[in-house]
Design a protein around this ligand. Structure first.
Ligand SMILES: [Zn+2]
Ligand SMILES: [Zn+2]
Length: 353
């Protein structure tokens, strides 16, 4: 049974500490689902929320947005999931009502946050859950459309909620990579490695992994990259049709554009810093190359379709998930994990409950 009081990782004020504290969750209202969280990945966006002083969200903030678990209760009118279902918690859920959704392009939906009953601090104050989910907690209430049944071990399933979906989705669905084509991936952490995997699944012939860390380049080669290049030598790379900037830094996107062959597409995947500016030569880099620049949010996912497809790819061995999880921790260790950069060889830390 759901306890009235549970625990969550709360960032209470800008510049203040991140701490595990008692919180109040649920019960689920009509159209909502109560999930007992089993696993939640530590995605860099949570680090960004803390480092940017709240990412323009209202305080106090409940952190975590890459979760998976088991449905324990459903509100009235819920039809797509039932208690006992294992689900991945999606932070994107196309609305079905906007112009993009009605013309059959839900990946372009700009209204993808489904609100649910907010979690509260023990004193009753509303918490703002990161990306509408807030999964660094033992229990979580989400809109029905954000609970997607997937049958995978929870510590792997949670990766589909953000990092893997963002990277694989960038190459498969946001900027569909053409079979036989050439791809460059700038930044080979968990998301970048997922772009590499997406490009391989799409059938790219040449996949160039670019990073400053030799251990990440090694991982990239193991997951499908055909070339590994130190970021300092990126100017020597043969031009590519698709370049993905998984790093949010403006210089990385500028580099992605400069790597393009004629008619190529650069895609911004990483979250850029507030106020970041793109410094490219419009004539040489953009016009003469006839380059396109695109942006993806979380792989432009349609979770109800994409999560089961990613789980299928994992089941048949095309998508590698197990080796992406390099460390498992408990809820109490989250504040320290958010404050500590990943060490050599580490890809994803997952909170297991
Ligand atoms: Zn929509
Ligand atoms: Zn994320």
């Amino acid at each position: 049974m759901q306890p009235e009081l549970t625990r969550g990782v709360v960032y209470a004020e800008a510049g203040g500490p991140v701490a595990v504290e008692p919180i109040l969750v649920g019960p689920p209202a009509a159209g909502e689902v109560l999930v007992r969280v089993e696993a939640s990945g530590v995605c860099h966006t949570d680090v960004h929320v803390v480092e940017s002083g709240g990412w323009a969200m209202r305080f106090p903030i409940l952190l975590g947005h890459e979760g998976a678990g088991v449905v324990e209760a459903v509100g009235d009118e819920v039809t797509s999931v039932a208690p006992g279902d294992r689900v991945v918690i999606a932070w994107r859920a196309p609305c079905g009502e906007c112009d993009a959704c009605r013309r059959g392009e839900p990946r372009r939906c700009g209204s993808t946050r489904r609100r649910a009953t907010r979690p509260r601090r023990a004193d009753g104050t509303d918490l703002s859950p990161v990306l509408g989910t807030g999964t660094f907690t033992e229990w979580c209430v989400v809109h029905e459309s954000c609970a997607v049944p997937v049958d995978l071990p929870p510590e792997q399933a949670c990766l589909l909620a953000c990092g893997v979906m963002t990277g694989v989705g960038a190459a498969l669905w946001a900027t569909p990579v053409r079979p036989g084509s050439s791809v460059a991936v700038i930044g080979c952490g968990g998301v970048g490695l997922s772009v590499v995997q997406g490009a391989r699944i799409a059938g790219a012939q040449r996949i160039v992994a670019i990073d400053v860390a030799p251990d990440k380049l090694e991982r990239a080669l193991a997951l499908g990259a055909t070339e590994a290049v130190d970021a300092a030598d990126a100017e020597s790379i043969e031009p590519v049709e698709y370049a993905f900037s998984v790093v949010g830094a403006p210089a990385a996107l500028a580099q992605a554009v400069r790597l393009l062959d004629y008619g190529g597409t650069a895609t911004l995947v990483g979250v850029p810093p507030s106020g970041g500016r793109l410094d490219i030569d419009l004539e040489r880099d953009l016009f003469h190359r006839k380059a396109a620049i695109r942006v993806t949010h979380g792989g432009d996912s349609v979770p109800q379709e994409d999560f089961p497809e990613l789980a299928r790819l994992a089941a048949v061995g095309e998508l590698e998930l197990a080796s992406m999880v390099t460390r498992e921790i408990g809820l109490d260790e989250v504040p320290e994990a958010l404050a500590t950069p990943l060490g050599a060889g580490e890809i994803r830390t997952v909170v297991c409950l």
